[in-house]
Design a binder for this molecule. Structure first.
Ligand code: C2E
Ligand code: MG
Ligand code: MG
Length: 750
């Protein structure tokens, strides 16, 4: 789990998230496809437009020719009727003349004659007008009355007063013998007739035909113009005149009420009219959407984006998975050390604006022992269960990490005081102190916790970690299973300890380590000295003679004990090779030396170097060395045994399960701890335990030594109990060889 930063970094991350080469490549491909599709569409549109223009030009030509032919036919009839009237000496019977077959036909609404005053003379629709029908207001009448030239006039569509039908009137004037205006011959044409041949074509919803008068009135219309008869020709918007290659036609591209249309307008030669034809192009938007190329491009784009996003998503999922793996611990599924480092940094950055959090470093106690004793699978199960308990012990928002091994960390967010952190640490200590059931094996571990809280002093990740580590060190020092918050005092103490560790490390080289010897006597043989125990001392230049109790533990924890122990062993063997052959020397060996692995080798080499017979060397070990039940410890002890070195169990009775060790390990001697011996004669229980230990040793046929004998009565009591060997101030304090054997001093220094 890693914290996100609410800053520009977020945008950067988002950009990074969506920016991807595949995506860019996909987008380029899509752009290319759309460019190609659009180019294809534009070129096809151009071809279609050219075809449409060609059709339009041709149809409009046909239409014009048709109108012209019909108009000329009608005009010819007008001419003929007028000629017939003139031939008759200007006294023709108009009614009879119009009744002739050659005048009216199916397309002619009526033929009529109007006199010079505009009064209808006759009409094929109404041969004898019922009354005086005054047509002097008619446009054609006025036109001819006032016109000087003799031209045909084509009227706007009108509703005939005699025929009661819509018609276009072709009119010519006639004169009297003197050449004066005498009236008008009217041939009314059904406008539909002009368009009859195109009606089928115009039934298509996108096509329109119109006959326009000189004044641009729509005289007849079909298709798109059918409903506009009588209205004014609308030129449309955004007119764009198109190339017509010198033809006698005006072709344009216009917007007719939101529709893009191609329009061709042609004049009808010799007549005051023109024809118009329009072809409505498909709606632009619709064509854009439904055009097969755009459709193809859309499908392809979709497929590309699906593929790209699919691959991108798979890749992102993979990256997320890898990131999660990199940030989480595979065993416990907790966030790992990397995640911890990132999170703590992010938290510190966030907390620079206020708020606090606590860092708990949690270290399991005795985890190594569980691992060594029950094997790694059980150790792994323990770690998983510890992780579960930790997660269950903290609030939502607090984060538990596994830093590695048996080391865990908790980031407790939003605390207000050290007490908040201590309550949680205490709870965790309690929870982890409860036994763990690991596949039927019950295990006790517990944990030590060091706490550090973000404040003005501890305001960086390294300083917080160091502080929590110091506090953890202290918690372990306090006896484990507990927690300790960081403070300056602890830090100072640790500083002093580090200094001590450093001094101890160089003490051997500086020849500050001394070995003192304390005699062991035969209680049953007049306190005859049977051997000595080698006891180490540190002659410090400022602190004087430092007893082992003040530095052995530190030397063990820092590992210096290995070198010190080897030096003591070498010294003791060297000192005793010249002592009487029946005297043994006992050398203390710490658990660290044994678990270090090459103690047996060290002993072998020292014995060989000093030539001390192995039977005269005794190694004293404590129960701690045996607690780990390490196979290598057992192997080394058996190896020592084979060399002839004796093994004594020191401080017997103070540990946990001493009896088991006696059975499992090759022990030659038991040393009854001073804590029992000192109470002999005062505490009956101590005497009872001492007696049991002595009889146990007798049963096991191993030797027993009583430590810390300070009084004669203790010595007597022990002798009476059957303890043969004794050691204590009563017989002699630990002392330097020069004090013990002054005469041999020259030999040692030689
Ligand atoms: P230990 O091995 O049990 O040694 C006996 C301790 O009891 C010695 O203390 C000795 O001086 C003390 N002692 C003996 N008789 C009496 C007595 O009558 N009265 C009292 N009050 N004390 C008595 P010392 O020398 O301070 O050593 C303490 C412990 O330090 C030793 O206990 C041993 O565990 C450890 N130690 C000493 N030298 C070495 C060493 O070279 N290597 C290791 N690993 N541990 C050592
Ligand atoms: Mg000892
Ligand atoms: Mg002892």
């Amino acid at each position: 789990m890693v914290f996100q930063h609410p800053s520009a970094r977020k945008h950067k991350l988002a950009l990074k998230k969506y920016w991807h080469p595949t995506l860019v490549f996909g987008s380029l491909l899509v752009m290319l496809i759309w460019y190609a599709a659009n180019a294809k569409v534009v070129s096809e549109q151009k071809v279609a437009e050219d075809d449409a223009i060609s059709d339009l030009v041709n149809y409009s030509l046909l239409f014009k020719e048709d109108v012209l032919r019909r108009s000329l036919d009608l005009d010819r009839v007008l001419h003929f009727v007028r000629r017939s009237y003139e031939r008759s000496g200007y006294h023709a019977d108009w009614r009879a003349l119009l009744a002739e077959e050659f005048t009216a036909n199916a397309g002619t609404v009526q033929f009529a004659v109007i006199d010079r005053d505009g009064i209808m003379v006759t009409s094929t629709a109404l041969p004898v007008p019922a009354g005086k029908i005054d047509l002097s207001d008619r446009e054609h009448y006025k036109y001819h009355r006032d016109a000087i030239s003799d031209t045909v006039h084509v009227s706007k569509p009108v509703l005939g007063r005699a025929s009661n039908r819509w018609s276009i009137q072709y009119t010519r004037k006639f004169t009297d013998r003197a050449g004066h205006f005498a009236g008008v011959i009217v041939a009314s044409l059904d406008p539909e007739l002009l368009l009859a041949s195109y009606r089928r074509l115009a039934s298509q919803p996108r096509i329109g035909f119109a006959l326009l008068g000189e004044d641009l009135t729509i005289k007849a219309g079909a298709g798109l113009f059918a409903s506009q008869v009588g209205s004014q020709w609308n030129d449309g918007n955004d007119k764009r005149v198109l190339q017509t290659k010198g033809r006698d036609v005006d072709v344009s591209d216009r917007d007719f009420g939101g529709w893009r249309s191609l329009v061709a307008v042609r004049g009808v030669p010799g007549l005051p009219m023109s024809v118009a034809m329009t072809l409505r192009l498909a709606d632009n938007t619709a064509s854009l959407v439904w055009n097969e190329y755009y459709l193809g491009a859309s499908v392809l784009s979709l497929a590309i984006y699906l593929a790209v996003f699919g691959s991108h998503r798979r890749q992102r999922r993979h990256v997320t998975h890898m990131t999660r793996l990199a940030h989480s611990d595979t065993l416990t599924k907790l966030p790992n050390r990397l995640s911890f480092q990132q999170t703590i940094k992010a938290l510190i950055n966030e907390n620079s604006c206020g708020g606090r959090f606590a860092l708990h470093l949690i270290d399991l106690d005795h985890f190594k022992a569980v691992n060594d004793t029950h094997g790694h699978p059980v150790g792994d199960e323990l770690l998983r269960k510890v992780a579960e308990r930790l997660k269950a012990s903290v609030r939502v928002g607090d984060i538990v990490f596994r830093l590695g091994g048996d080391e865990f960390a908790l980031l407790q967010i939003g605390i207000t005081s050290i007490e908040d952190a201590e309550v949680v640490a205490q709870r965790i200590c309690q929870v982890l102190a409860n036994p763990f059931d690991l596949s039927g094996i019950q295990v006790f571990v517990g944990a030590s916790i060091g706490i550090a809280i973000l404040d003005d002093e501890l305001c960086s990740a390294p300083s917080l970690l160091k502080a929590a580590d110091i506090a953890l060190y202290r918690a372990k020092d306090m006896g484990r299973g507990t927690h300790c918050p960081y403070s300056k005092d602890i830090s100072d103490e640790l500083q002093a300890r580090r200094e001590l560790e450093r001094e101890i490390r160089s003490a051997t080289a500086k020849r500050q380590i001394e070995v003192h010897y304390q005699p062991k006597v035969d209680l049953t043989d007049g306190n005859r000295i049977v051997g000595y125990e080698a006891l180490v001392r540190w002659r410090h230049p400022e602190r004087g003679l430092v007893p082992p109790i003040d530095f052995i533990q530190v030397a063990e924890e820092s590992g210096s004990i290995v070198a010190i122990g080897a030096w003591v062993l070498e010294q003791a063997c060297a000192d005793f090779v010249h002592r009487p052959d029946d005297q043994t020397v006992a050398v203390n060996c710490s658990a660290i030396q044994l678990s270090h692995g090459n103690f047996l080798e060290t002993v072998t080499q020292v014995l060989s170097r000093t030539s001390l017979p192995a039977r005269r060397l005794e190694i004293e070990i404590t129960e701690t060395a045996l607690m780990s039940q390490d196979a290598s410890v057992l192997g080394q002890l058996e190896g020592l045994r084979q060399l002839g070195v004796r093994i004594a169990m020191d401080d017997f009775g103070t540990g946990y399960s001493s009896l088991g060790y006696l059975e499992r390990y090759p022990i030659d001697c038991i040393k009854i701890d001073r804590s029992f011996v000192s109470k002999l004669g005062e505490e009956p229980r101590a005497a009872a335990i001492t007696r049991i230990i002595i009889s146990l040793a007798a049963e096991l046929k191993i030797c027993v030594v009583a430590e810390g004998i300070e009084s004669r009565s203790q010595a007597d009591l022990l002798a009476a109990m059957g303890c043969r060997i004794g050691q204590g101030y009563l017989f002699g304090r630990p002392a330097l060889p020069c004090e013990l054997w002054p005469k041999e001093q020259h030999r040692r220094s030689a």
